[in-house]
Write a protein that binds this ligand. Structure first.
Ligand SMILES: Cc1cc2nc3c(=O)[nH]c(=O)nc-3n(C[C@H](O)[C@H](O)[C@H](O)COP(=O)(O)OP(=O)(O)OC[C@H]3O[C@@H](n4cnc5c(N)ncnc54)[C@H](O)[C@@H]3O)c2cc1C
Length: 435
């Protein structure tokens, strides 16, 4: 007869339905990364960078871990912790001035991997707010737009969303049909639909990308800063998701949304698809760190469980097959951190290329899914419950794999870079502009 779970197998004796705070396990060497650190990860970071990461880890341990199973189960995005994320300084963390923390790319990366060790849904909120919505205003906005929105978005008083994807336009955003009509008096009138837009139902402001035809400037994609209480703006929550349940995505309808000329993102950098693509690059950078955090948390959950779970007379960690799984997972996670670290140092220094970002987003996400699934299997039947994190991470990572460029989009980006030949379109198809 199979042995059912006992209290001994629950970290900190948590009852089913609760997720206990997993005690920090330190490695034999005392690395602050814990036993996953098999390659000297701690030596990659300065004491200040470590302290920033540990501050976020403490927040995750106190505010996210005790509640995440309930939020995920209920499909609840915890709007109530947004001001605390603002106080923590992670909203627009890598932006300077306007109340933003102005931290380095590496510090931002460390912060988001700690958040995603808690849950991808919470890291997704931080990415949408800081790397997409705030970045769009920061990079392309007018001085008035920056003053109006960035300080209150940095504190979490205001929430932003970023609307690029449409029901019929995903990987190929050049095919978008949402449009803005330029009125003789100078106003713009927006019509169309957007889909999968994170936090749109809670947002105070939406950055909406549309096709425009401006007199004298021709047809082109432009971005608008749209207060969500503008008449004609409706956001409907997409229900019944099996991934990212602790965050919210919506369909947006724009029905004759009338905006003043000052709502246009005016910078030359925002003309055409390069406007949103510059923001997507920022968000992808966060993901290539974040995914490794989810993998690390899955590894830690499997190790904790295997330490306590006894079968055939010994704890699972004593079996060679279990050790091989843990060793393979640790090696994969370490490689993910080294990749993220290298890209982060380049971002803080000489700069990153699209290929570097695609490599990190593609490989760290697919690595993280593999680790989360292996960790789930190591927990046996208990692994499919919300008492443990790996299955939740694996489910979340399916969405992470799809947004910000699917695997295929990043493979095609790398293929184009390697061969010099773009293969996004089937021969004879109309040209587009892949994410
Ligand atoms: C949880 C979640 C949050 C999101 N948040 C936002 C947000 O805040 N704002 C926003 O604008 N969007 C958001 N998105 C949308 C996301 O960016 C898109 O889902 C993504 O770009 C893929 O588009 P699609 O879903 O329409 O799939 P499609 O583009 O229709 O792709 C379907 C499949 O076809 C493949 N495919 C496409 N083109 C090719 C090709 N040339 N060669 C081979 N295969 C190809 C894809 O890789 C994929 O496997 C979110 C999505 C999710 C799931």
């Amino acid at each position: 007869m199979p042995q059912h779970d006992t209290e001994q197998n629950q970290p900190n004796g948590a009852s089913p339905g609760q997720v206990a705070v997993v005690p920090q396990v330190t490695s034999a060497r005392g690395s602050w990364w814990g036993p996953v650190d098999v390659s000297g990860l701690d030596g990659l970071f300065t004491p200040e960078e470590r302290d920033q990461a540990l501050r976020v880890r403490t927040f995750v341990d106190n505010e996210i871990r005790p509640n995440i199973a309930e939020w995920f189960s209920a499909g609840h995005f915890p709007r109530e912790i947004v001001p605390a994320l603002g106080t923590l300084g992670v909203l627009g963390m890598h932006l300077k001035d306007y109340g933003c923390a102005g931290r380095s790319a590496v510090e931002y990366g460390l912060a988001v991997q700690e958040l995603e060790a808690g849950d991808s849904g919470l890291r997704t909120f931080v990415s949408v707010q800081g790397s997409l919505a705030m970045s769009a205003i920061y990079k392309h906005g007018s001085p008035d737009q920056k003053q109006e929105w960035l300080p209150k978005m940095a504190t979490g008083e205001a929430i932003g969303c970023f609307a690029l994807t449409e029901p019929d336009s995903g990987s190929d955003p050049a095919s978008m049909s949402t449009n803005a009509r330029h009125e003789p008096g100078g106003d713009w009138v927006l019509n169309g639909k957007k889909r999968w837009i994170g936090l749109a139902n809670l947002a105070d402001v939406a950055i909406v990308w549309v096709q425009t035809e401006e007199p004298g400037k021709g047809l082109g994609v432009r971005g608008f800063v749209v207060p969500t209480d503008t008449p004609g703006f409706t956001a409907t929550v997409i229900e019944q998701k099996m991934s990212m349940r602790a965050s919210v995505q919506c369909e947006i309808e724009l029905d004759n949304v009338r905006l003043p000329a000052s709502a246009l993102l005016p910078a030359d950098t925002a003309v055409g698809l390069s406007g949103p693509f510059q923001c997507l690059s920022e968000a992808r950078y966060g993901i290539l760190w974040g995914a490794v955090g989810a993998a690390r948390d899955s590894f830690t959950a499997a190790l904790e469980y295997a330490n306590h779970r006894t079968q055939f007379g010994t704890p699972l960690t004593h079996f060679q097959l279990t050790q091989a799984k843990l060793a393979n997972m640790a090696v994969a996670i370490n490689k993910g951190y080294h990749l993220a670290h290298n890209i982060g140092r380049a971002k803080d220094g000489p700069g990153v290329t699209p290929e570097m970002i695609s490599t990190g987003k593609l490989d760290n996400t697919r690595m993280a899914i593999e680790v989360a699934r292996e960790a789930r299997a190591m927990l046996g039947g208990n692994g499919i419950t919300l008492d443990y994190s790996p299955q939740r991470h694996a489910n979340n990572l399916e969405a992470v794999r799809t947004y910000e460029g699917t695997d295929e989009v990043h493979l095609l980006t790398l293929g184009r870079s390697i061969t010099g030949v773009g293969a996004f379109q089937a021969p004879g198809a109309q040209a587009g502009g892949a994410k």
